[in-house]
Design a protein around this ligand. Structure first.
Ligand SMILES: [Zn+2]
Length: 463
């Protein structure tokens, strides 16, 4: 038979194995895996001398936060494909009733994403907690986020009648534990009693009133959000999940500190089912080299933290990589001072290349581990596996063909995000996709994004 597409001549890499094979694709899914040159196809993607990985998954993005969801879905999925990312999770939060408001967002998302995506909803009130069963049953969304950082800020920031105290979190976890479908709780670890006191106020609602704004710099952010405030909050959240026998997927987002990664290891050793994520910026930057462009919460920390995080990625404690991506432009990102600069920066497009470059090329992890943390484990943690995150017959044909020897210097133009800057601008990165296949189509090829807006779809779960 003639297949739609074949990826030919490459070395296939999974989370546990690598082997020489061609991959045949039909109707958007992997139809056969066999010897080189054993398949006929309408489209042949050459992978000779290169590696074929399951498409990367960035579970931690914020699309629709600084721009409309329609714009972000279009431009940021374009950038994702440049970097071999074929599925993203959007941490989406709005104050209204999700069953009532999500239809409109699904509509613009379906029209604009160039690869598959899934929503994870940030719950902001007790009303949202009550909606969990309906969200799971009717919206195909099984993944949620609890923002510890918005405790005491939610009513002013979002206009909800809730301060997101621990009684809210308690109800949140208790309700998730009652659901039959497998769910995921993304948890932002932060003890705001500590961080707000160190900041002299609540930075989520009082940014501009800070008297010391002019003298604050990146080091100030690190001092006001110490590692122990993250580490302690992780343990508290994990314990609450355990008290309610919530054993689906308690997922610590953006672990930034070595101490937190060590606490994660201790929890896992003690039998807690806690999954840990770190972000590429915590693995590839130190606070000393950061300026206002790298403002993010939690902040980038010291070189010891960076190396501990790499060790924890290698030893299995940290099992997923995300980015906390958001698309802002320099003139909006940078305020007069770091206090009134925006949080977050564009970074999904560099996720996989940085892991290949500073993880694999520099010998910190092997290629199989890179596949695990950028795709397979992520698919498992977010209820997408084996539709996503796997190279096997029946899985979606989402693939990244990567040349591990290719070095590119990062520029905003290369990345094709709406963000007009990259925090990695000027950095030489070794290991880039030559082709990205999304939904069985060639979505990116040698610098050109070919996928059109609307070619992706929501991954309804449970799958
Ligand atoms: Zn985030």
């Amino acid at each position: 038979m003639t297949y739609d597409l074949v990826v030919s001549g490459g070395t296939v890499v999974t989370a546990s194995d690598r082997f020489e094979a061609d991959i045949a694709v039909d109707d958007g899914t992997i139809a056969a895996i066999g010897d080189h040159d054993s398949f006929e196809a309408d489209t042949v993607v050459p992978a000779d001398g290169n590696y074929v990985l399951p498409g990367a998954i960035d579970p931690h993005t914020h699309h629709g936060i600084y721009n409309s969801l329609a714009d972000d879905a279009n431009t940021e999925s374009r950038s994702d494909l440049v970097g071999g990312v074929t599925t993203i999770g959007n941490f989406f939060r709005r104050p209204g009733s999700y069953p009532e408001i999500m239809d409109d967002y699904f509509e613009v998302a379906e029209a604009n994403y160039r690869h598959d995506y899934f929503f994870s909803l940030g719950l902001l009130s007790f009303e949202h907690v009550e909606e969990i069963p309906t969200i799971v049953d009717e919206l195909g969304i099984t993944t949620f986020k609890w923002y510890m950082n918005y405790k005491y800020a939610a009513s002013e920031k979002f206009g909800v009648d809730c301060e997101m105290r621990d009684d809210f979190g308690n109800a949140f976890i208790e309700t998730l534990a009652e659901q039959e479908a497998p769910t995921t709780l993304g948890y932002h670890s932060e003890n705001v009693e500590i961080t707000n006191a160190l900041a002299g106020g609540n930075p989520y609602v009082e940014t501009e009133s800070d008297a010391d704004a002019a003298s604050a710099d990146y080091g100030t952010l690190v001092e006001e959000f110490p590692d122990y405030a993250e580490a302690q909050s992780l343990v508290a959240g994990a314990s609450l999940a355990k008290q309610h026998d919530y054993d689906d997927s308690f997922y610590a987002v953006h672990v930034s500190a070595g101490r937190t990664a060590d606490e994660l290891a201790a929890l896992q050793d003690a039998g807690y089912g806690v999954t840990g994520e770190t972000c590429t910026h915590y693995l590839t930057l130190t606070a000393e080299e950061c300026d206002d462009r790298m403002k993010v919460n939690p902040p980038v920390r010291g070189p010891e933290d960076r190396e501990t995080l790499w060790e924890r990625v290698a030893d299995g404690t940290i099992s997923c990589i995300g980015t906390d991506h958001c698309a802002n432009e320099t003139e909006d990102k940078l305020g007069e001072t770091i206090r009134d600069s925006q949080l977050g920066f564009p970074s999904t497009g560099t996720m996989l290349p940085l892991i290949l470059s500073e993880g694999v090329d520099e010998g910190r992890i092997d290629l199989e581990r890179a596949v695990a943390v950028t795709s397979t484990n992520t698919a498992r943690a977010w209820n997408l596996y084996p539709k996503k995150g796997a190279i096997r017959v029946g899985s979606d044909a989402d693939l990244a063909v990567v040349d591990l020897d290719e070095t590119k210097t990062v520029t905003p133009e290369l990345l094709q995000s709406a963000g007009d800057y990259s925090i990695y601008e000027g950095r030489d990165v070794t290991g880039w996709p030559t082709h990205t296949i999304a939904g069985g189509e060639v979505a990116y090829e040698d610098g050109d994004v070919l996928a059109e807006p609307g070619s992706g779809t929501h991954v309804d779960r449970p799958i």
